[in-house]
Design a protein around this ligand. Sequence first.
Ligand code: GLV
Ligand code: MN
Ligand code: MN
Length: 417
Amino acid sequence: MNSHPEINGERLLARLDMFAKIGATPGGGVNRQALTPGDREARALLTRLAKARSFSVFQDDAANLFIRMEGRDGSQPPLLIGSHLDSQPSGGRFDGALGTLTAFEVLESLADAGVEPERPVEVVAWTNEEGCRFAPGCMGSRAFVEGKIPAEWADLRASDDGARFEDERLSTIDALAADSSHRRLGFPVAAYLELHIEQGPSLESEEIPIGIVTGVQGTRWLEVAFEGQTAHAGTTALQYRRDPLKALTMGLSALYAGVMPENADARFTVGRIAVAPGSVNAIPATASCTIDLRHPETAVLDRLEDDIRSGLTEAAARENVSVAIRKTVDMEPVTFSSDMVAALQAAAQKAGLPTKTMISGAFHDALFVAGCAPSAMIFVPCRDGLSHNEAEYVKPEDSVTGARMFLASVLELLPRA
Ligand code: GLV
Ligand code: MN
Ligand code: MN
């Protein structure tokens, strides 16, 4: 390496503003859900920025987008750095975008300093990390690690407009086909590093600028569908009712009272409920919901999942309705490579930055990439720990400090990876 690259903080902050305009919502956040026109626009902008710097751009069959800076030995597996550009429907401007744009800023700062790294460095924007428009989440990184698109994804439909995943995937790839080269899905990676906002309160409250993430807790998603009988609201007496919404609400109410109060580290969330036919004066025929369940230990997740299944089944029996429970996501808790964590600690020490080691409550693409390459993550504080919310906010100086830490970590990892 021949000179000392430095983060251009103004450039990074300007880029964050540029991307926040794509899919901007009136409340100051973004709605740029996976594979929508907004997501495609963000990918196209990143591609334009990459080409302006003469980096090469690739896409694979999962629509993962790669931007490559050549290394001295181009035959070496790249150091992969990045995050995602898709968002929640009512999302913030930093979740995913900060990590992707920080990785790109590092590539530019290496290029500005005339650095030719030992091995290639590639920025990646993974497809559909969020999982809200198409479940599961982290589709791009999961397909990358498996080396194929799972067959069951062909039938997936979008939660908002019913679009087919298969159609959306192909048109997203087509939209950038002229500006990128095609790559096969999955290739050897020397190491993977991702920066993200903490999405929790501890760094901000402890006034620590950098979190070094040692692992990610487990997540399970369930789709629950109660089915009863639609009937007249005014004429159907209690003993004749087969009300699926009553079963759902009574079942959930018991779970709200039990799961989190009894398990301080558990997270139990119902984010979507649907009732049909949805008439004011008819008992519903069906009532369904999603459940997001998290915990750092697999054994506890197993036990809580059993409790949820039996609680909902008993609620269905009490109301004389049926219930079907389908697991759509099962992400095992992951511990990151201790060598990677040690490299990040060394980088922070050289950069003079205080750190805190922590595990992530949110899932991230790094959880999957850890299945094929040593991986780790860096967190930066966000205001009030608030995320998946339009008001999500990261102080400019915290974004820039995170980028300095990220660059220091890349420089630490390049000779080690
Ligand atoms: C990621 O967005 C998560 O829900 O953890
Ligand atoms: Mn994210
Ligand atoms: Mn998110």
